[in-house]
Design a protein around this ligand. Structure first.
Ligand SMILES: [Fe+2]
Ligand SMILES: [Fe+2]
Length: 346
């Protein structure tokens, strides 16, 4: 493990031991049959660019109580009369809940989808025989994901403390992507089929999460802590998108026709689940807050939300499909083809 960043901010290791530094990766790893220049570049730049290697911002200093915790434009009931009728404090609580749920959804995806999906590569379920460069590149990304989990949990802890509201995670179900992922893993015929599910969902998450994070970076009225948290995370994810693309190419090339077909199906389902509005989570929030007429409000917005995906830009997965020569095939399997990219919206 490279500890240079940490050593610079601390008094150094105990007992006069020299700080540990990772050995440099070879310019070319002859033992790695899937050696890849993109992954090699990402691995080498990780100590300088990864969020986990940088100084943490002072979240308390960034918190501005007068700013919104979440953009109202992303809330499916934003124009409903029942929401309109609430006083400002109750609406502020719903915005804070939305931010808590957004963070929990990110945390759950990292913990239950992305890192298990990366684990399929490091444990070499598909027999790719990755060498040090690929394995280390994936392990660095897994460290990033663990750190992102901490960042989003810290953001939630800060919101609860500064607002003075408990807003407990236990109210919220797992997010939609995690629910669909877990059901598909449970239904898989054997461990290899389960690994294909994990890999496909992780690929969708890693190529689409930048668009999900991007939903919260452009709104000037939004809480600065929240904008900063998603912006820092997004910088890492732009690199992970490249890594996931390279891993998809490696795995796809290694599969036979039937598993390729299954992988494309899983990618398409994964995109639909990842981009959709999660009404189960919104319903849990509205019930917990005892919004008058809340169940009826959620019924009223269900049809609208079903036709208005939260993340509209899945162009990255579309480009990946095209690079594999299956762009039209993949696009045809999606419920609504957003792989051309139409920009984030609600
Ligand atoms: Fe992440
Ligand atoms: Fe990631």
């Amino acid at each position: 493990m490279n500890t240079r960043g940490r050593a610079a901010r601390s008094v150094g290791p105990p007992d006069g031991l020299a700080p540990l530094q990772a050995p440099p990766l070879p310019a070319h790893d002859p033992a790695d049959p899937v050696e890849n220049a993109v992954i090699r570049g990402l691995s080498r730049s990780w100590p300088r660019r990864a969020a986990v290697k940088k100084k943490e911002p002072d979240l308390d200093e960034l918190f501005d109580p007068d700013r919104d915790d979440y953009p109202e434009s992303l809330m499916p009931f934003r124009t409903h009369p029942r929401y309109d009728a609430l006083d400002e404090e109750r609406r502020a609580r719903l915005r804070a809940w939305a931010w808590i749920a957004y963070n929990k959804s990110v945390v759950d995806i990292e913990q239950y989808v992305v890192n298990p999906g990366f684990g399929v590569i490091t444990s070499d379920v598909f027999g790719l025989g990755p060498g040090d460069t690929t394995t280390i590149g994936v392990m660095q990304a897994m460290v990033d994901e663990q750190y992102h989990t901490l960042m989003h949990q810290n953001a939630n802890a800060l919101t609860r403390r500064r607002r003075g509201w408990s807003l407990p995670d236990a109210v919220l179900p797992h997010g939609r992507t995690v629910r669909a992922h877990d059901a598909a893993v449970a239904a898989a015929a054997d461990p290899r089929a389960a690994a294909l599910v994990r890999f496909a969902y992780a690929t969708v998450a890693e190529t689409s999460i930048s668009a999900y994070l991007g939903l919260l970076t452009g709104d000037e009225r939004l809480q600065p802590v929240n904008r900063s948290t998603v912006a820092v995370h997004r910088r890492d994810e732009l690199c992970h998108g490249s890594l996931a693309g390279e891993l998809l190419t490696m795995v796809f090339d290694s599969l036979g026709a039937a598993e390729r077909d299954r992988l494309l199906d899983l990618l398409a389902v994964g995109v639909d689940e990842f981009t959709a509005s999660d009404l189960e989570t919104w319903t849990a929030i509205v019930r917990h807050e005892a919004v008058p007429g809340g169940d009826g409000m959620m019924r009223d917005v269900a049809e609208f939300a079903a036709n208005a995906p939260v993340v509209q830009d899945c162009s990255a997965i579309g480009r990946l499909g095209a690079s594999l020569g299956v762009g039209a095939d993949l696009g045809g399997r999606l419920t609504a083809d957003r792989t051309a990219g139409s920009g984030p919206g609600a």
